[in-house]
Unconditional design. Structure first.
Length: 421
């Protein structure tokens, strides 16, 4: 046998191996045909036969070239073993143990590739989770209609999710990822692990955005809404408070602020529902607002006075030291509830304390004066002090505040009767 015949055998082996590799790449996890595998192994056997019969002069170059081809064949051992049973072939051919290509089923998977199936599965799990988070974020931003902030956030996270999902779930995407990993000069046996880390990183980024980013954006919406509310732009304020709550449903301050908007719009039932959610979140300003609504409805259900007292008692325990206005309203509404229950001896010190606090407020309030005047009238012990309180009720009262306007009317009637006497 000549060297030319050996070259032809190696060329045949090379072509058979390339055909096998191409088939593996095309069918992915499907079985290869037995004919393709057998053709490749026989080609390798013919190379060995040719080498045994000839001692080529350029041994070093030949060995190096053949070693590269053999390494490529060994890399296909998992697919070959999955596609055929080499044990049966060895029964017919009875090869020697030196003919290693007939014993590819004896090779073991390297440690770095042993858990490739697990990394692939986990990558898919995290990608599906990422897609779910992306859909959830998009729905939260767009449920009230698109705006600039929401649209921008949706676009960014959607691009990330689509790139990752498309890369893992489509053939073109997988090819693109493989080209990227190849350009990084990363060994192929680490590709599954790197893909898993990339999908995990994407999931953690989206999860962090969902858990931390959305509440921060909700804070911004709440801020914009408060500014609109202070300017009297109630429609804009309502819309932005709702957006804040869609991004962060457990946002008691936004529930409280939305309740205030509904109160101004005289939608007390909706306001009450928002205040209840704020109370569940233990937002300290919500207690007296909800208690006030109970008191106003107490003429139809006297149990509402007790509900108001329970709320205000809890709210008192959550007062903030530097928020005197909230403390004022807690005492005032507690006194109002006790007045409604005709427990005048308990109402009087509460309203006196409220008036003391009122003196320290930047914006003076009149409600506690009005209520204390009513308590003193009911007690009939100090008409002069009652008259003084009624005068303060009228003098400091603000008719744009519904509660004070109601009591201003009562105060004027009382003062007029006193003058007639």
């Amino acid at each position: 046998m000549t060297e030319n015949q050996l070259d032809q055998a190696i060329q045949k082996y090379t072509i058979a191996l390339e055909t096998l590799e191409k088939a593996v790449k095309e069918v992915h996890s499907s079985k290869l045909s037995s004919e393709q595998i057998l053709h490749t192994l026989i080609a390798r056997h013919e190379v060995q036969v040719a080498m045994d019969r000839l001692h080529p002069s350029n041994t070093k170059n030949l060995v190096n070239h053949l070693n590269k081809l053999d390494n490529r064949l060994r890399k296909q051992f998992k697919t070959i073993n999955y596609s055929t049973d080499l044990t049966k072939w060895r029964t017919y051919l009875n090869p020697s143990t030196e003919s290693w290509w007939w014993f590819l089923d004896s090779l073991t998977v390297p440690w770095s590739e042993r858990y490739d199936w697990l990394w692939s599965f986990l990558s898919l799990v995290f990608l599906v989770a990422s897609v779910s988070l992306g859909v959830d974020v998009s729905s939260q931003f767009l449920s009230s209609g698109p705006d600039f902030v929401g649209t921008l956030a949706v676009i960014v996270q959607s691009i990330l999710t689509l790139l990752a999902g498309g890369g893992a779930l489509t053939k073109n995407g997988k090819d693109a990822i493989e080209r990227i990993l190849s350009s990084w000069k990363l060994p192929k046996h680490w590709w599954h692990e790197v893909s898993f880390l990339m999908s995990l990183l994407l999931f953690l980024c989206l999860l962090s955005f969902h858990q931390l980013g959305l509440p921060l954006i909700a804070n911004k919406y709440n801020f914009f809404a408060e500014q609109a509310y202070s300017r009297g732009q109630l429609a804009s304020a309502e819309n932005n408070f709702i957006r804040a709550l869609q991004l962060n449903p457990d946002y008691p301050e936004a529930h409280f602020n939305l309740g205030r908007v509904y109160e101004v719009l005289q939608q007390d039932e909706r306001a009450s529902a928002e205040y209840q959610l704020a109370v569940k979140g233990e937002y300290y300003k919500a207690y007296h607002r909800l208690a006030r609504l109970y008191i106003l409805k107490a003429s139809k259900d006297t149990d509402n006075y007790s509900r108001a007292v329970a709320l205000l008692t809890e709210g008192t325990s959550k007062e903030v030291a530097d928020d005197k206005e909230t403390t004022y309203y807690n005492r005032t509404y507690m006194g109002w509830a006790r007045l409604g229950q005709k427990r005048y001896s308990e109402a009087q010190p509460l309203l006196k304390e409220a008036n003391d606090i009122n003196g320290k407020l930047t914006s003076q309030q009149a409600l506690a004066h009005c209520l204390l005047a009513q308590v003193l009238d009911e007690q009939k012990k100090n008409p002069e002090q009652a008259n003084q309180m009624w005068e303060l009720c009228v003098g400091k009262g603000n008719q744009t505040k519904p509660d004070e306007d109601m009591w201003i009317g009562v105060a004027r009637q009382r003062l007029q009767k006193m003058e007639e006497k």
